[in-house]
Design a protein around this ligand. Structure first.
Ligand code: DX5
Ligand code: ZN
Length: 213
């Protein structure tokens, strides 16, 4: 079970320090939510922010692209120090090519599914990915409610992974707290992303990460 705190709920005026604090708090990965104001309404960060955060931690950087035409930004995020890049199947006409390009650029490719997208959309490329991101909220914001029925989707994703690519990580993203994290893990998740639960925890990030673990 890997814990990948999302910076979306961090203090954006101190992202480097927040990344260093996550490493100290025992996070396994750092999850960067990149939003372009087109694929989702909000705009967050780009490669330059990832590049400057790279100096503050050694942890793998798990970059979640919620942007149109993600293929155009693969090299920039690689140069910035990303280790994994996940792209939405809804954001590109050529998901197979996008995953291939991420791997050719030397990173681990991930494919993301919105809550309204059927799992069958990613079936043809599951063996080409290292990560399947099951969104349990509609992308764009932190602090949203874990969507009803997510455990069933995670179970179905896990069954597909066991059949087609047993090495695939199943990352659950959105609305993860102690309760939904437990449900997600029991349903087959191998990586938990949590933003507001970690950055809003009364006892701090380490307590939140320990509780999720
Ligand atoms: C939403 C992002 C998620 C989000 C998770 O579009 O992809 O990673 O930051 O935030 P919480 O854990 O607060 O739902
Ligand atoms: Zn995310």
């Amino acid at each position: 079970m890997l814990i990948a705190p999302s910076l979306l709920s961090a203090d954006f005026s101190r992202l480097g320090e927040e990344v260093a604090a996550l490493e100290q708090a025992g996070a396994d990965w750092v999850h960067f939510d990149v939003m372009d104001g087109h694929f989702v309404p909000p705009i967050t960060i780009g490669p330059r922010t990832v590049e400057h955060c790279r100096r503050y931690a050694k942890l793998p950087f798990d970059v979640h692209l919620m942007i149109e035409n993600p293929e155009r930004s693969i090299d920039a995020f690689r140069d910035a120090g990303a280790n994994t890049i996940s792209v939405h199947v809804e954001a590109t006409r050529h998901i197979h090519r996008a995953l291939e390009s991420i791997r050719k650029a030397g990173m681990r490719p991930g494919v993301c599914l919105n809550p309204g997208s059927p799992l069958v959309l990613v079936e043809p490329v599951l063996k080409d990915a290292d990560l399947l991101v099951v969104m349990c909220v509609n992308p764009g914001w932190g602090g949203q409610k874990y969507i009803e029925g997510s455990p069933e989707r995670i179970k179905a994703a896990r069954a597909l992974r066991d059949r087609l690519n047993p090495k695939l990580e199943i990352e659950v993203d959105g609305g993860v707290n102690a309760e939904t994290g437990r449900q997600s893990t029991q349903s087959g998740a191998t990586v938990l992303v949590a933003g507001s639960f970690v950055f809003g925890h009364p006892q701090g990030a380490k307590a939140a990460i320990d509780q999720l673990r």
